[in-house]
Design a protein around this ligand. Structure first.
Ligand SMILES: Nc1ncnc2c1ncn2[C@@H]1O[C@H](COP(=O)(O)OP(=O)(O)OP(=O)(O)O)[C@@H](O)[C@H]1O
Ligand SMILES: [Mg+2]
Length: 464
């Protein structure tokens, strides 16, 4: 078993041969090239793991080789061999991305140590690359389910905004998929290999939010014994997801607005401004226009944020997506729990489609998760989901009252029910209220509102 492959590049034949012997003895696979140009050919042909190259060579030197190497998916670790006199060039090579350098004459032990470190680095880079591929796949648009017209619109907007760095505001009720969309935008953008950081403005106490966003300097306040970078700095080059932005206090809103305008931040207790390049995606489940009217959201910040607004519709407005979403979650939780639930029977599906999902996709996801986990059999039935969506089903069951074609006088109907209940309860308000599922107070309020006491006594008077 080879430990991996090493491309040895040197214009001196004896040097190449010595290295070949040493490395083959250590179980490395060795490829030889007599200069930069031949090395490039070998890289294309054999894709060696590590490159060990002389610095000074006639046709293309080590630095030239470094510049010409393919950078995708990543630059292979390259070790420069150099004579004592030209260490400055070796340092330059390191700046350009070379992994390390060795001085000639080579010390065998040192060579082997540096090589094994280069392999460690390579493994890290491979892992990192695979992870990125995986993450990218995860937030591939295919993993956002939706073929309803409203979701198609969302997808087309995601695609349009992904290629640039415009600020995006995501609006939608809780559980509609705002965070999912934010991830999709980031991982489909040119910033995808840079960090995506998220902060939930509603979850952080007012007195901490400034330092969370902008960081602080040593001594900025008691307890600030080290410098801390804020999320604007840690997401530099990448994307910052500001969740629940409607909950940001007015003073923080003005600080944020300044950052968006100036593209620089200042740490708490700091004296200098620091340039940041951050793409902002904000989300809210509040109607910001209303907050502006109430005076709790700045309109100038609103205009900054709404360069592009993506409205993610509540699930009840795109019920056509329910079957595919349910199937998607079924497969997800089958995998997670090692179950083999195949489908959802039609009665259960009917119930899923009838329900209004106030908690949106998140609520549907947990309903399916529960059904997969607890269900026996290979089909999800009414019994598996009834627990989750019981309330509206009960309501439907007990309100089999049909409105006649001529319509009804709702007020008369209500009065009638109140009087009937009072009758049946023998005039005991608490009992009458219970019959209609109302609190004592509500019953009494409505009873009074319709003036039923006097109406009743009038009836009694006119009664024979
Ligand atoms: N269209 C969709 N396809 C697949 N999964 C979805 C979809 N929409 C939402 N989800 C899933 O539903 C759950 C809730 O979504 P997400 O956290 O993005 O909602 P949110 O709008 O950010 O909610 P909140 O406002 O409560 O933070 C997540 O597990 C997400 O993966
Ligand atoms: Mg969220």
């Amino acid at each position: 078993m080879h430990k991996g492959s090493v491309l040895v590049v040197d214009d001196e034949r004896s040097q190449r041969e010595i290295l070949r012997v040493i490395l083959e003895e250590e179980d490395y696979e060795v490829i030889l090239a007599n200069g930069g140009k031949e090395a490039l050919k070998a890289v294309r042909e054999f894709a060696p793991d590590i490159i060990l190259t002389d610095l000074k060579m006639p046709d293309m030197d080590g630095l030239g080789l470094l510049d010409s190497l393919p950078k995708e998916p990543f630059l292979p670790p390259l070790i420069i061999m150099t004579a004592h006199g030209s260490i400055s060039s070796a340092v330059e090579a390191m700046k350009k991305g070379a992994f390390n350098y060795l001085t000639k004459p080579l010390d065998k032990d040192e060579l082997l140590i540096v090589l094994s470190r280069a392999f460690e680095r390579l493994n890290l880079m491979k892992e990192n690359y695979l992870l990125q591929q995986e993450v990218h796949g995860k937030f591939n648009l295919d993993n956002i389910i939706g073929s309803s017209d409203k979701m198609r619109e969302v997808f087309s907007l995601i695609e349009k905004v992904s290629s640039s760095s415009v600020t995006v505001l995501l609006c939608g009720e809780s559980g509609t998929g705002k965070e999912l969309v934010a991830k999709a935008i980031h991982y489909n953008s040119p910033r995808k290999n840079k960090p995506l950081m998220a902060i939930n403005c509603a979850a952080i106490p007012e007195n901490l939010i400034e330092s969370e966003l902008f960081g602080y300097e040593i001594g900025a306040f008691t307890g600030a014994t080290t410098r801390k970078l804020g999320i604007f700095e840690t997401s530099n080059g990448g994307t910052l997801f500001l969740d629940e932005i409607g909950d940001l206090s007015l003073p923080m809103q003005s600080r944020l607005l300044r950052v968006l305008q100036e593209k620089e931040i200042r740490r708490v207790g700091g004296r200098e401004n620091i340039k940041v390049d951050v793409r902002l995606i904000a989300a809210t489940n509040k109607i910001l226009e209303k907050e502006i009217q109430r005076g709790s959201f700045r309109d100038d910040l609103y205009y900054r944020l709404t360069v592009v607004t993506i409205n993610i519709p509540p699930l009840r407005e795109r019920k056509a997506d329910i079957p595919r979403l349910a199937q998607f979650f079924l497969e997800k939780y089958n995998m997670e729990f090692g179950k083999r639930v195949k489908n959802i029977n039609s009665e259960a599906m009917r119930a899923l489609l009838d329900y209004d999902w106030p908690g949106n996709v998140r609520e549907l996801e947990s309903a399916i998760e529960r059904a997969v986990l607890l269900g026996e059999g290979d089909t999800i039935t009414m019994a598996d989901i009834a627990g989750v969506i019981k309330k509206p089903l009960q309501r439907i069951a007990s309100t089999n009252f049909e409105i006649p074609p001529s319509g009804i006088d709702f007020e008369e109907l209500e009065k009638n029910l109140l009087v009937q209940a009072m009758d049946r309860a023998g005039g005991v308000i608490a009992k009458a209220a219970k019959l209609l599922g109302m609190s004592y107070k509500t019953f009494w309020y409505r009873w009074e509102k319709f003036g039923l006491d006097s109406e009743l006594s009038r009836k009694e008077e006119t009664a024979p």
